[in-house]
Design a protein around this ligand. Structure first.
Ligand code: EPU
Length: 417
């Protein structure tokens, strides 16, 4: 079943619990290779990217099983093996294995790095940083081979704040000889979570959450119990779904401190909200007001992963909105699908789109092309008159544990078909 049927229009009402974070857990699972020990990850999200990472870790020799509250990973018997393409699949996060395997075992062989087709997604920052730490790379028949006689601390300046490159350097440096300084690094909360886990395991890291991180290499790390934090992008998806549908929703566990920019946009659109340690209560307006502009950027700016769903909310808002995407160049592939639903897209260039809101969208048959755009199309279906079929929705399970269950709990009429 690869399609989702949405019966519109729906006003979301009720409470939904926010799952564990995809982008926090994936580098943390890779980090468990550095411990040669057991770790337990409470609140681990049951999403396809996690299942794929589990398969890869098992391939390297980790013993893994689910328990009621989370995932148990024992890396004691792990060793580096060539990761074939069918195992690496289409997941961007295989790149984290590079830093973790080099740190733990001095070599890595990875077939290719996938991920959603939202941009070129080069890995040049990862490669040059690891080279600076003493890694030698070669490419043979589509495989990337990396080895080192032993990683050494280095002074690394990233050309721009890449989340993955920051995480990879952290993974590589926690067991390296000497001190590593990473400057110009990304400040995303998922980086902070990775450092919190590694520090519990015995790593010496300072400065995460700022643009300079200092890592003092240590001899060894031990395993730990770690609670995976709630997913700010899933929370943000339901936040904008509430704004777009004029709903009334409690986002239980939503990490409001990490959602400053999205909440500010939701407020400008006419929503009212209340944040507490339990989560975010949000009430959408009768009809949202368009914001003049949304510009994506590295954290703490507006996240690129919430751009599509915020765009959808503006498609039904009163007024016009300019969306400027500064991170990934292919995020606007959703626009042609939204046009099938009668969205009024006034102007589009590579990184910028101008949309004017319509009173309601029209139900149609559309196609998901990537994870976040796919989730945004489901939200568009909630705002549309009649039924909308979103095809190719297997992407959604990469990041959303059960978007249909969550939306049904909020009163939506959605089904997989
Ligand atoms: N970049 C380079 N060279 C590099 C690395 C990055 O040019 O070596 C460029 C990218 O092409 C992009 C920009 O730098 O234009 C930022 O990319 P970044 O490395 O920060 O992204 P990422 O690590 O590949 C993570 C998330 C993405 C999220 C971005 C931005 C994970 C597993 N993925 O990707 O999440 O959009 O950061 O916040 O953490 C998603 O969850 O749907 C998703 C795509």
């Amino acid at each position: 079943m690869d399609s989702i049927l949405v019966q519109g229009k729906s006003r979301l009402c009720g409470a939904v619990k926010i799952q564990g974070s995809k982008n926090a857990v994936l580098p943390i699972l890779a980090a468990s290779l550095l411990t040669k020990d057991c770790s337990f990850f409470e609140n681990c999200p049951k999403i396809s990217d996690v299942y794929q990472m589990i398969d890869i870790l098992k391939f390297f020799g980790c013993e893994i099983h689910w328990e009621e509250k989370g995932l148990y990973v024992d890396s004691a018997k792990a060793s580096p093996r060539n990761l074939p393409e069918d195992k690496a699949g289409n997941m961007r996060s295989t790149i984290f294995l590079l830093g973790a395997l080099l740190g733990a075992h001095k070599s890595a062989c990875i077939s290719r790095v996938g991920g959603c087709v939202i941009g070129e997604r080069s890995i040049n920052y990862h490669v040059s940083a690891l080279e600076k730490m003493g890694t030698i790379f070669s490419w043979e028949e589509g495989q990337m081979l990396a080895w080192t006689e032993g990683l050494i601390g280095a002074d690394i300046t990233l050309p721009s704040p890449s989340v993955g490159a920051t995480e990879n350097v952290i993974l590589a440096s926690v067991l390296a000889r000497g001190v590593t300084h990473v400057r110009g690094c990304a400040r995303e909360p998922e980086i902070v979570s990775l450092c919190e886990y590694l520090r519990l395991c015995g790593a010496k890291i300072q400065g995460e959450g700022t643009n300079t991180i200092r890592i003092q290499g240590v001899e060894m790390l031990h395993g730990m119990h770690f609670v995976i934090p709630p997913d700010r992008i899933v929370a943000g998806t339901y936040l904008f779904a509430t704004v777009a549908t004029g709903g009334n929703v409690f986002l239980q566990n939503a990490p409001w401190r990490e959602l400053y920019a999205p909440l500010a946009i939701a407020e400008q659109m006419g929503a009212v909200y209340n944040c507490s340690e339990e989560g975010i209560y949000i009430q959408g307006p009768e009809r949202p007001k368009a914001v003049p502009a949304i510009v994506t950027g590295p954290y703490p700016e507006f996240p690129t992963d919430l751009q599509s769903v915020a765009l959808v909310a503006n498609c039904v808002a009163d007024g016009c909105c300019k969306i400027v995407e500064t991170i990934f160049e292919n995020r606007f592939r959703i626009l042609e699908e939204l046009q099938k639903m009668d969205a009024q897209i006034v102007e589009v260039s590579a990184m910028c789109a101008q949309i004017c809101g319509v009173e309601k969208l029209k139900g149609s048959v559309v196609e998901a092309k990537e994870l976040r755009g796919g989730a945004a199309l489901v939200v568009a279906g909630l705002c549309a008159k009649g039924s909308t079929t979103i095809r190719n929705t297997s992407f959604l399970y990469r990041g959303y544990e059960n978007i249909l269950r969550d939306l049904r709990e909020l009163g939506a009429r959605v089904a997989s078909v």
